[in-house]
Write a protein that binds this ligand. Structure first.
Ligand code: DOR
Ligand code: ZN
Length: 468
């Protein structure tokens, strides 16, 4: 037998077990798993001493392409993804134009495919009555799920998010009211797809932020007074109530508070189909880090307190949190320097997601099996891509992340592959790293270097993963 690629001497890991075995790849698929099968191969990867994981994924990436490609673009964000050990990412729909109808979805597929170093899904956006009649057709076209930026005002022409909204702003569509939001829940429920919500209560935030801004304070705790835990708690509570009533599959994005974890845990215990994600910045940073990191750390929802960080880790081990993802949201250095009240929210994350979570394995925060669950198996299952993605089964896409748990390295901002290199994790010393990324049998990253042209393809839910 002649194979395209053999990965040998590694230890295969899924969410339950570890097996010492080789992987034999043919035509982009895992053709066999076993030891010492006969044959030759075009490529042989010696994974001695390493763990072989199903390709890791990031379900929450803003590559800003098209619309704000001075900050980031898909070529760079997917190189960053591959460098960070990822094989699939889901692209957020707050582009210009936004992914609000089938025409824009189709254009986006074409735009992204030429630049994609990894496979990708595309989120559809919910813009209230502006596109409620497009939801069903977007679903049929193949969006991975629907995103609702609850609490955000958007620019009336570009639909870009307004990060520091004031009600007297011109050319702005203000945040939607609850009636319109509830209708979106009902409409998305009909698709059977997830409705993913950014959960922050804009009325509370606007009121409290205006007050604290007036006082002249510009410190991080002032930001948190303007966007308190309560802002997330009340919106998650409303989201759960709406989802229960409308039968919507609810996904809570970037949970940042202990209160959020409690509410999701309760809803899950009651048996509702609700899922949740958090991000490394909520797991590894807290308000205490602001003095050291500075304005880069401003992200929405903001990084909260140590007690929230602890509850989020607990939420992971209790399986209340299903996914860890990056919320990769780059802005330029210039845009990010300045007054905490006026700069945009967001920082890079796609390249550091897996390294940080691998380090968490070495620190005993999670097991290697939990890593596979949080970054591969759960995302693939929740979004309808399993087992094509998220598994190491014969017959599925040969998407693989090879991890060396002993490799020590330091995150260096200037070495990130993103266009705007900003991270709150600069200087973090980590133990363990992805040392190779393999997409459909082809090595795309080796020892941190990108070694392939873009070959990523769109993935659509429930259609056996990757589509050509
Ligand atoms: O900090 C953030 N940045 N939070 C969001 O919800 C959006 C994102 C962005 O697109 O910049
Ligand atoms: Zn986001």
């Amino acid at each position: 037998m002649h194979w395209d690629h053999i990965i040998e001497n590694g230890i295969l890991v899924n969410s339950k077990e570890e097996i010492q075995s080789n992987i034999y790849i043919k035509n982009g698929k895992i053709a066999a798993i076993g030891k010492d099968l006969e044959g030759t191969a075009d490529e042989i990867t010696d994974a001695n001493g390493c763990f072989i994981l199903p390709g890791l994924m990031d379900v929450h990436v803003h590559s800003r392409d098209p619309g704000a490609t001075h900050k980031e673009d898909f070529f760079h964000s997917t190189q960053a993804a591959a460098a960070g050990g990822l094989t699939t990412i889901f692209e957020m729909p707050n582009t210009t134009p936004p992914i609000n109808n089938v025409e824009n979805f189709n254009k986006q597929v074409e735009n992204l495919e030429s630049k994609a170093h990894v496979d990708f899904g595309i989120w559809g956006i919910c813009l209230g009555k502006l596109n409620i009649s497009d939801i069903q057709s977007l679903n049929k076209a193949g969006v991975i799920g629907f995103k609702f930026f609850w609490g955000y005002a958007v620019h009336s022409e570009t639909f870009q998010l307004i990060y520091n909204y004031k009600s007297d702003m011109k050319e702005v569509i203000p945040p939607f009211d609850d009636g319109e939001v509830y209708e979106m829940f009902q409409e998305v429920a009909k698709t059977g797809r997830l409705l993913a919500v950014h959960a922050e209560n804009h009325e509370l935030i606007q009121h409290l932020t205006a007050k604290v801004e007036e006082s002249g304070r510009k410190d991080y705790d002032a930001l948190l007074q303007g966007r308190p835990n309560l802002a997330e708690e009340t919106t998650i509570q409303t989201a759960i109530s709406f989802a229960k009533s409308a039968n919507t599959r609810l996904h809570i994005l970037h949970v940042s508070t202990g209160e959020g974890v409690e509410l999701i845990q309760k809803a899950k215990k009651e048996g509702y189909p609700i899922t949740a994600e958090t991000c490394p910045h909520y797991l590894f940073l807290s308000n205490e880090d602001y003095d050291q990191i500075g304005p880069t750390m401003k992200i929405y929802p903001p990084v909260k307190y140590k007690k929230d960080q602890e509850r989020l880790w607990e939420g992971i081990s209790q399986k209340v949190i299903d996914i860890v993802c990056s919320d990769h949201a780059p802005h330029t250095k210039d845009e990010k320097s300045g007054d905490l009240w006026s700069i945009p929210a967001g920082m890079c994350g796609v390249e550091t997601l897996a390294p940080l979570m691998i380090d968490a394995v070495n620190k005993g925060k999670i097991t290697l099996h939990e890593l596979v669950l949080l970054l591969s198996e759960n995302p693939a299952k929740i979004f309808g891509l399993y087992p094509e993605k998220g598994s190491l089964q014969v017959g599925t896409d040969a998407d693989i992340t090879i991890v060396d748990l002993n490799k020590k390295h330091v995150i260096k901002e200037e070495l990130l592959h993103s266009k705007s290199k900003i991270t709150g994790f600069d200087g973090f010393q980590l133990e363990g790293a992805p040392v190779a990324t393999i997409l459909k049998g082809k090595t795309i990253m080796k020892d941190g270097k990108i070694v392939s042209e873009p070959t990523g393809r769109l993935v659509r839910p429930d259609r056996n993963g990757s589509m050509d």
